[in-house]
Design a protein around this ligand. Structure first.
Ligand SMILES: [Zn+2]
Length: 725
């Protein structure tokens, strides 16, 4: 995954990684008594409204959480490093598939042949006048007593996937976090990056963008390191949760989505493909050699970089040397040879067929592949998925069958660019687009404390309601909703504009209502050798009650979407969001030759469609009062179809300009920020360009983009209101 707030563990510093000291409880099961009282209360309340009683199964589901089940799956999934395309990850797929089929859920593997990247040769040495050369070991050290020391040798050597092969000997330049503005600062201060090796620290932007920015600034190669200020302000693992001095953040640098050899279509057998050379020369590839290094190695390089002293906010933490900009006199000699090769990946797909509406899908997904052991990223999510599946099988034994089909997905090669989920969505595009109610993603279930959610807005209300029914795993007297409120001071719910995890293809390519959630906002040993079961057991979730809480809300939302007769979507939140976005645009284009009236008109249409639908829903409820046999299943189906398809209407065939794979015009990555614009990425891009160039043509493009979003909002309004013009 690409964590929110950049890769930085600074986010983790804001929300303490450690749970508050608590007596070790045998099991943090949610106590069923208050639930049953709530069930009875809710049932009588619903009876007053003449709606069907809430599902007994939802309450049963919440009472069945098992810390031991989650812990056992996590331990089994993380016995070895299991990078995509390796035999170890195929073994992990077998674990997931057999766990799911043991519940008699029909389960299959969907393989794809895709372009992955592995390191073949790496070396890095440092020299400076009057000094002995240093050759870096480029290894992450194990610690005395590390139970995973022996299998650590199976972990992939530290590298940056898809970096170009090559050898560079050049002076080093320090580029802070490697953002566009950092390279602009260097240029403004006369520091020439051309032909140099850019040294940048992880933490503020996606690492693929750091390398891309270095390339665009003219650097011949890039070296990325973890600064102790961001990743080790406290005791390092195994004594504390922070990154050890030799820890290295491994990761992807491809900025595209899906298999690089099939850029707009599925990697099906025998399909059309780009050659490896063509794929590697794409602009979405970093194009220069690059390596990640540890905090210790990064500091060794910084000690030998001279030149002007870097600004205050470019400096390290306590005890760090003074950082200077360079170039030189430190000279880095970097050699990297990548092995880009076609490899087989496998998604695991498990289906619980719906009883009344089997051809409507509620899809839950998490990835399995990891850079190393993956105890946090991603297998805390896999463990939660399997624990949730265990509970669903218990429900089945008690007679439950979902109304709609529930599909449990375990993706492969997410770390290489969301490949497994993207290929599957591309392969099944038309089927998924016509039948999927929602996609519910969990990547890392637990990275620390605090609850964080991103979603398309029609799910906001459902999430709030569901979180009130789940216990706060760190405080038995509170709900998960309380924790959620406490951990998000400014904004409760994030949106899905960026390319952070496997929801991308579902939302941004085909327009399916989606959510993504996690307990914790970041962790220091991210993508390093130390993301293992010991870290999770000591620092992430000692009692595994956080895993259980994620499984609880994930499953509860899934049950409500699969079992309730009318889909629990609320589009008034969406209308408010569209309106807020319009107000922001208005502020940004004040005094410019741009009219927002088409946008205002379309939002007004959308709002009246929301009201019309609410009225119809009320009428439908009233119909059920008397006589009961007049209940109209086709009317309910019509309303559900409109609720489901409204999100699809926000997509457009041509997609975002310059990024045609991204079809959603409301949520998608902005050109200038891979983490995503909040809203209206196409308009955001056009405004940024117009503000830079200020030509009448550039303001016309802003107007064009405003017309485009207005058109999709009008389409969405028509779908929601269910009427032709
Ligand atoms: Zn992940």
């Amino acid at each position: 995954m690409r964590p929110r707030d950049g890769d930085s563990a600074a986010a983790a510093a804001r929300a303490p990684l450690l749970p508050p000291p608590a007596p070790r409880r045998a099991a943090a099961r949610f106590h069923p008594l208050p639930l049953l009282i709530a069930a009875a209360f809710a049932a009588s309340y619903r009876l007053l409204l003449f709606a069907p009683a809430p599902s007994y199964y939802q309450y049963l589901f919440l009472s069945l959480g098992s810390n031991d089940t989650a812990a056992a799956h996590l331990r089994a999934l993380t016995v070895r490093p299991h990078l995509a395309g390796t035999e170890a990850n195929a073994a992990a797929a077998v674990h997931v598939a057999s766990a799911l089929s043991s519940h008699s859920f029909p389960t299959r593997l969907t393989p794809y042949s895709v372009l992955l990247s592995y390191p073949a040769r790496r070396s890095l040495s440092l020299s400076a006048p009057g000094r002995d050369d240093t050759t870096f070991a480029l290894t992450q050290e194990t610690y005395p007593g590390d139970p995973y020391a022996a299998v650590s040798a199976e972990a992939v050597p530290t590298f940056l996937a898809y970096a170009a092969s090559g050898s560079v000997t050049a002076e080093a330049v320090y580029a802070n976090y490697g953002r566009v503005e950092d390279f602009a600062y260097l240029a403004a201060h006369g520091v020439n990056v051309t032909g140099k090796v850019a040294l940048a620290r992880f933490g503020k932007v996606y690492r693929g963008d750091i390398v891309k920015n270095a390339r665009d600034a003219g650097a011949a190669a890039a070296v990325l390191y973890t600064d102790a200020k961001d990743y080790a302000p406290g005791k390092a693992f195994p004594d504390g949760p922070w990154m050890p001095p030799t820890g290295v953040q491994v990761g992807n640098t491809f900025t595209g989505v899906g298999d690089p050899t099939t850029p707009m279509w599925a990697s099906s057998e025998g399909c059309e493909r780009l050659s490896v050379a063509e794929a590697m020369s794409s602009d979405d590839m970093p194009g220069i050699p690059a390596l990640p290094v540890s905090g210790r190695d990064g500091e060794a390089i910084l000690q030998l970089i001279g030149g002007d002293v870097a600004p205050e906010d470019w400096q390290g933490g306590d005890g760090a040397p003074t950082y200077r900009l360079g170039p030189g006199p430190a000279v880095l000699n970097l050699t990297y040879t990548g092995n880009e090769t076609m490899a087989t990946i496998q998604n695991v797909i498990s289906v619980i067929e719906g009883k009344e509406e089997p051809e409507r899908y509620v899809i839950l997904g998490n990835h399995r592949d990891a850079w190393t052991f993956g105890a946090v990223d991603p297998n805390s999510g896999t463990a939660a998925l399997l624990e949730l599946a265990q509970r669903l099988s218990e429900l089945q034994k008690k007679g439950w069958r979902p109304r709609r089909t529930i599909i449990l997905c375990n993706w492969d090669a997410e770390e290489y660019g969301l490949i497994g989920s993207t290929e599957w969505v591309e392969e099944n595009r038309a089927m998924l687009a016509s039948k999927t109610v929602a996609y519910l993603n969990v990547d890392c279930a637990v990275t620390g404390s605090g609850f964080y959610v991103s979603a398309t807005p029609q799910l906001d209300e459902l999430l709030k309601e569901a979180s009130k029914q789940v216990q706060n795993p760190d405080n038995g007297t509170q709900s998960l909703y309380d924790l959620w409120m406490a951990s998000n001071s400014s904004r409760l719910i994030g949106r899905l504009g960026g390319g952070g995890s496997d929801y991308s293809a579902f939302v941004q390519h085909i327009g399916i209502p989606s959510l993504d959630m996690t307990i914790g906002s970041g962790y220091a040993v991210y993508h390093s050798l130390y993301d293992d079961f010991i870290w999770m057991e000591k620092f992430g979730d000692p009692l595994f009650q956080r895993h259980v809480a994620v499984a609880s809300i994930w499953g509860l939302v899934a049950l409500r979407l699969s079992d309730e007769e009318i889909l629990p979507f609320n589009y008034s939140c969406y209308a408010a969001e569209l309106e807020n976005g319009a107000m922001e645009i208005n502020e940004r284009v004040l005094g410019m030759p741009v009219s927002l009236s088409p946008l205002h008109t379309s939002i007004k249409e959308f709002k009246s469609a929301v009201l019309k639908l609410e009225f119809e829903l009320k009428a439908l409820q009233t119909w059920k009062i008397w006589p009961p046999w007049r209940k109209n299943p086709l009317k309910a189906r019509d309303i559900n179809d409109r609720l489901m398809m409204t999100e699809r209407a926000f997509t457009e065939r041509e997609g975002l300009s310059e990024r045609p794979w991204y079809k959603h015009l409301i949520y998608g990555p902005s050109l200038h920020n891979d983490y995503g614009a909040e809203l209206y990425p196409g308009v955001d891009d056009a405004i940024q360009t117009a503000k830079r160039t200020n030509t009448s043509k550039s303001w016309q493009s802003v107007q064009h983009e405003i017309h485009r979003i207005s058109r999709v909002i009008t389409q969405a309004a028509l779908v929601l209101s269910g009427g032709l013009t």
